[in-house]
Design a binder for this molecule. Structure first.
Ligand SMILES: [Zn+2]
Length: 270
């Protein structure tokens, strides 16, 4: 288990809440599962922490951890992509933005996939797509419920070009096969779930849950304005707005997520 500092929670004893601006004691925020005790703001949760919050203790068995992105385009922006990957791996203690495997939620076996915002904004590179696809296929083969917790800001990873983009179709096809085989898929949307991630697996769940106040959508408000000059309604692309418009099924506070997922697995698997 990694001991790195959590993404979304800056170092030091105190931290400001981005929403209510209260100064919060970090230990207390962590004890509340990275939620502000004043206003309920949900801070980003790194993948390892999410596993601790969601699964029964020490029940997670990680799969396909050896997969590594290569740099097929020899992509360079500010720094070469290969170097960027290496630095991000060091910083996050993760090999890629997706962590997948099997675990137990209140005694129920599940296949779990997570995308971690701290790794290149949780963007969908070819390894993210491959890990998720294999996880879905394992869920189908073992007849286990599939749970994917998405936290991805940018969608496709531009450094891998079209190889990144095709992951949308690949994961979606695996989910369609899982569905055809009678498998259950529960999608959990966290802040933020955007771009190609939102446009593929994140919104293909049999049931879609979201954490409160998460930004969920395809293109951001500024891009939409620049493209079609449409003024967006208040609260557009938040969990609450999407619930009201029937896009997601339920908003679940982080403290209730484990129980709610277990309940839905029971309900849908019987
Ligand atoms: Zn707050």
């Amino acid at each position: 288990m990694s001991t790195r500092p959590s993404r979304g929670i800056p170092e030091g004893l105190w931290l400001p809440c981005p929403r209510c601006k209260a100064t919060l004691y970090k230990k207390e925020v962590q004890a509340r599962l990275n939620v502000c005790g004043e206003c309920g703001y949900h801070f980003t949760v790194p993948a390892r922490e999410r596993i601790r919050q969601l699964l029964d203790e020490d029940s997670f068995e990680e799969w396909f951890a050896n997969l590594r992105s290569c740099d097929p385009l020899g992509f360079i922006d500010k720094i070469p992509y290969a170097q960027k990957l290496e630095e991000t791996q060091k910083k996050t203690g993760l090999t890629e933005a997706a962590v997948v495997g099997k675990g137990f939620i209140r005694g129920r076996p599940v296949v779990l996939g997570i995308t971690d915002f701290s790794f290149m904004a949780g963007s969908m590179g070819s390894v993210v797509g491959e890990k998720l696809t294999r996880a879905v296929e394992e869920a189908t083969r073992r007849m286990l419920p599939l749970i994917i917790v998405s936290g991805s800001g940018g969608g496709a990873r531009m450094q891998e070009g079209i190889l990144s983009l095709m992951q949308m179709a690949k994961v979606s096809a695996a989910i369609a096969r899982h569905d055809a085989a009678g498998g259950f898929y529960l999608s959990v949307l966290t802040h933020p779930t955007m771009g190609g991630v939102a446009a593929s697996w994140a919104l293909q769940g049999d049931i879609t849950l979201a954490e409160p106040g998460a930004m969920i959508g395809f293109a951001g408000a500024r891009t939409i304005w620049n493209t079609v000059r449409i003024e967006l309604p208040e609260g557009f692309q938040t969990s609450e707005f999407l619930l009201e418009h029937g896009f997601i099924d339920r908003i679940v506070h982080r403290k209730d997520l484990r129980t709610e997922v277990a309940r839905l697995v029971d309900y849908c698997e019987k």
